[in-house]
Ligand binder design. Sequence first.
Ligand code: PEP
Ligand code: MN
Length: 263
Amino acid sequence: LKLAGLDSERSIIEVDGVSIGGKEIILMGGPCAVESSIQMQESAAVVKKAGGKILRGGVFKPRTSPYSFQGLGMEGVNYMVQAAKEYGLLCVTEVVDTRSLELVVDKVDLLQIGARNMQNFELLKLAGKTNKPIILKRGLSATIEEWLLAAEYILSAGNPRVILCERGIRTYEPSTRNTLDVSAVGVAKELSHLPVIIDPSHAAGRRDLISSLSKAAIAAGADGLLIEMHPNPDEAVSDGPQSLTPEQFINLAQELGMVAQSV
Ligand code: PEP
Ligand code: MN
C-alpha cells in the first residue's frame, strides 16, 4: 500500500481557527438531520455550551429506505449555517453526489462524505477540487486499505485536508447497528498522516453506548468525535435512538475532558 505523504509529518487540518489532528480533541455534534430552524438553534446552543467546535446536520439524507425522510435540502443548510454563525461554531453537512456538493460547497465550513459514498469516485475527485476540509467516513464494509485509497482520490486531486472518520463496520453482531473498529484509529494513523475521528453514534445505533465508545475512542488516540445529539431525540425524524439528549451531550463532554487529560 503506497500512500501519498506516508513519510511526512502528521497533518494538522486548520479550519477557521480550529485545528483537527493537533493536541486538542475536537468535539462535533448535532442532529442526524436538519429539521427546522429552532432545532438547529437549540442544537448549536448545546454544542457551544459543551465546548464543541463544529455543528453537524444532514440535509441530503442517504436513507436506507426511499420512504424515510430524505432531508430538507438547501432550506436546511441555511438553518444550520445561520445557527452555527450565531453561536460561533463551524458547520459540516454531508454531500451525496456531485450536484449536492456544488450546491453547498460555498456555504459550509467542512463537507462530509458518508459511508455509503466512500467509493463514489466522481464525488471524491470533485471533493479533491474544492478548498474545503472533507470528513471521509469509512464505508459500511470497507477495509482500511480501501478507505485510505478513497482518501487518496481526494488528496491526489489536490485537496490535502482530509479527516478520516471511523463509524463502525458491518459484522455478524446484531446487538449494535455496526461494530466500532477501535483499532482502525491506530492502523489508519500508522499508514497515513491524516487525522482520524470517531463517530460512535452510527457505530452503536443506541445512545446507551455512546459514552463508553467515546472514551474508548479518545484512549485509542482519536483526534475528534462526531456525535449525534437532538434537542428531543424521541421526536427526531432520523436516528433518534442513537442521538444523545442535550443534557447527556453536555455531561459526556465534561467526562471526555477528564479522559483526555489522563491519556
Ligand atoms: C450521518 O452522519 O448522518 C450518516 C449518514 O453517517 P454514515 O454515512 O456514517 O452512515
Ligand atoms: Mn445519522
